[in-house]
Ligand binder design. Structure first.
Ligand SMILES: [Fe+2]
Length: 137
């Protein structure tokens, strides 16, 4: 996939404007990291971008999770988020230890972000609509 295609698309909508806006911003932070990738000497910019990403991910999950706290598989989703944060922190640690493969990281982040929104977030938000409407999940 070409980098310019790594953008938020209408088909990624979970149906909640606040969450869609945050997902859009995650893609923007991804582009920031991706643009730093070419600048080999720029470890400090890379660290700053990764710390911004980690901060924003924390804010994002804190905003998103209450939307489906009543979901029967809420903890599974929360676990996936925790594992993702652990992985991103690991990348940050790799940077500190001078062994970060930025390309591998941006590839991972892009794949995770798109796959997670499409296959997990959207499903949970849809399930919650059904649950709130009194139907089965
Ligand atoms: Fe999620």
């Amino acid at each position: 996939m070409h980098d310019t295609e790594t953008i938020w698309k209408p088909e990624y909508s979970v149906g909640v404007a606040e969450i869609d806006a945050q997902h859009r911003y995650l893609f923007e932070l991804w582009h920031l990291l991706d643009s730093i990738k070419g600048q080999k000497q720029n470890r400090n910019s890379c660290r700053q971008a990764m710390l911004s990403l980690l901060d924003y991910i924390d804010l994002h999950f804190t905003t998103e999770e209450p939307y489906y706290r009543e979901h029967p598989r809420f903890t599974d989703h929360q676990q996936v988020h925790r594992e993702f944060v652990r992985r991103v922190r690991e990348f940050e640690q790799d940077l500190e230890n001078d062994r970060l493969d930025i390309q591998a990281m941006t590839d991972f982040l892009r794949t995770w972000l798109i796959d997670h929104i499409v296959n997990t977030d959207i499903r949970y938000f849809k399930d919650m609509e059904k649950i709130r409407a009194g139907g089965q999940s």
